[in-house]
Design a protein around this ligand. Structure first.
Ligand code: LLP
Length: 472
């Protein structure tokens, strides 16, 4: 039986049983999510962090992002355990960043990956120590490099020859020796969507291992008085659920370490001590998927790196990683309100119900951009209708504004219901737009029965405040 985008069996859309639809798959939803059987006003409604999503919708309106603080923190801790130290885990702030998130990351002892001057500025405003940040990007401006150096950013990941030259100059002007890693593209084809695979040759990131340009860049840094080569970096892609690519990348990157040791001697390992393997650990978006099991992968990587280091007689470098999605992705949900419903004939005798919600591609572009699937549930009550083919869509002016493309949902979802998508923590708010002049939703955190707004909803005044008076 084929499985739909939400892990349900397709093929019998009149099946009366919808108990499955009321379940919240534990590997997809935040760990504290559960249905409230004893809620008198809203029996069967969902709570996260002890707070009812119905109450959150009443207080903050919809759409609203809800992040489970306990879930977020526990993912930080498991990642730190897997990689033998919180400082070896650099949370990729591009997945989702706010001052509160930066503070949680800091309190958990993790370091931070920033990929723009503004990500750095938000983290600094939260009091995140610059020395614990790694600065990324394929096209960092000289101004960003200057800001990073004057803030005292710990590590800068070099991505091009031009940047190498400019960074050396900026460091010299500031009178500092800057720690850097060289980003290598190891030529690994990651099994993921083309747009988020980043280690093959024909893409914009890093120095090629195969062509020798990575070795050339590393040698240049090693010989530069203003820069100190502390390691190599690679990131094979994102939302990867099998471990082979990571191991292969580690081995390939290590072949470059070998070349460096041949040229500069084992002495180099006095300062050359980091192998940063980037992020990319995949999560489960729907009931039928399984997340990448990071702990055994970490063991495998660490053992492999240890062996490789012994073989060439250097100290084992620290293995660092940069997970974004695997930390924040499953911690967050988006709650929408259901609006219009429309039954559309799609084939002879077949109809599809279009369930519209009050957000869409402006708060979650991922289905439209990558064809991503999501797990959606009614969260203000339990539903019990027969299954019918359903598509969940947003309110934007284009038909590609789809959140859940093809599901078999109960037919008693009605206007006014609250409908939530799970695992929306990574790259949803972060990639939000203001299409159709919709304003970005608020983000609230929940923990131990308390709700705290961490980002407010944008207002039309925010939009108007960007307008400049122009001469008539
Ligand atoms: N490190 C580097 C250098 C990266 O480029 C990225 C992601 C990460 C770490 C974090 O990867 P993660 O652990 O979150 O997979 N917008 C896409 C994902 C783009 C990822 C960009 N780089 C999406 O929505 O799937």
């Amino acid at each position: 039986m084929p499985i739909d985008g939400n892990g349900f069996e397709l093929g019998g859309y009149t099946r009366p049983d919808s108990t499955q639809f009321n379940e919240l798959p534990a590997h997809v939803w935040p760990t504290t999510a559960r249905r409230r059987s004893n809620d008198e006003e809203n029996p069967g409604s969902v709570e996260i962090g002890g707070v009812s999503l119905v109450d959150i919708a009443k207080e903050f309106g919809t759409p609203v992002f809800v992040v489970d603080e306990q879930d977020f923190r526990s993912r930080c801790r498991s990642m730190a355990k897997a990689f033998r130290g919180a400082e070896n885990v650099h949370y990729a702030s591009k997945a989702f960043l706010s001052k509160t998130i930066a503070r949680w990351v800091m309190e958990e002892g993790l370091h931070l990956d920033v990929a723009s001057g503004n990500e750095m500025a938000i983290a600094l405003a939260a009091g995140f120590p610059a020395k614990d940040m790694t600065f990324h990007g394929n096209n960092k401006s000289t101004a960003e490099l200057r800001d990073a150096i004057s803030a005292g950013v710990g590590k800068i990941v070099l991505d091009s020859r031009s940047e190498l030259r400019r960074l050396s100059q900026v460091a010299a002007e500031a009178g500092v020796v800057q720690d850097v890693l060289v980003r290598v593209k190891p030529g690994v084809e990651a099994h993921t969507h083309e747009f988020i695979a980043t280690a093959h040759e024909d893409q914009k990131f890093g120095f090629s291992l195969a062509s020798g340009s990575a070795l050339e860049a590393a040698n240049l840094v090693e010989e530069d008085d203003n820069l100190r080569l502390i390691g190599l970096h690679c990131h094979i892609g994102s939302q990867i659920v099998d471990s082979d690519g990571f191991i292969l990348a580690a081995e390939r990157v290590f072949s470059l370490v070998e070349r460096l040791v041949e040229r500069h001697g084992t002495e180099i390992s006095k300062h050359f001590n980091t192998l940063d393997l980037g992020g990319g650990f995949g999560i489960a978006y729907t009931a039928g998927e399984q997340p990448l099991d990071v702990a055994p992968l970490a063991d495998e990587i660490l053992t492999a790196v240890d062996k490789l280091a012994q073989r060439i007689g250097i100290e084992t470098p620290t293995v660092a990683v940069e997970p974004g999605r695997a930390i924040v992705g499953p911690s967050m949900v988006t709650v929408y309100e259901v609006g219009t419903l429309k039954d559309v004939t799609i084939d002879e005798g077949m109809t599809r119900r279009y369930v519209s919600v009050d957000g869409g591609m402006s708060d979650n572009i991922r289905p439209a951009l990558y064809g991503s699937n999501y797990d959606g549930r009614v969260v203000n009550r339990e539903v019990s209708g027969s299954r019918i083919p359903t598509r969940v869509v947003g309110k934007h002016c284009e038909s590609g504004d789809i959140l859940i493309n093809d599901a078999n949902y109960p037919d008693d979802i009605v206007e006014g219901d609250l409908f939530a998508l799970a695992a929306t923590g990574a790259y949803c708010y972060a990639m939000a737009s203001r299409y159709n002049m919709l304003t970005r939703p608020p983000v609230v955190s929940v923990c131990d029965g308390q709700v705290t707004q961490i980002l407010r909803r944008e207002t039309v005044q925010d939009l108007l405040s960007l307008e400049c008076e122009t001469p008539r």
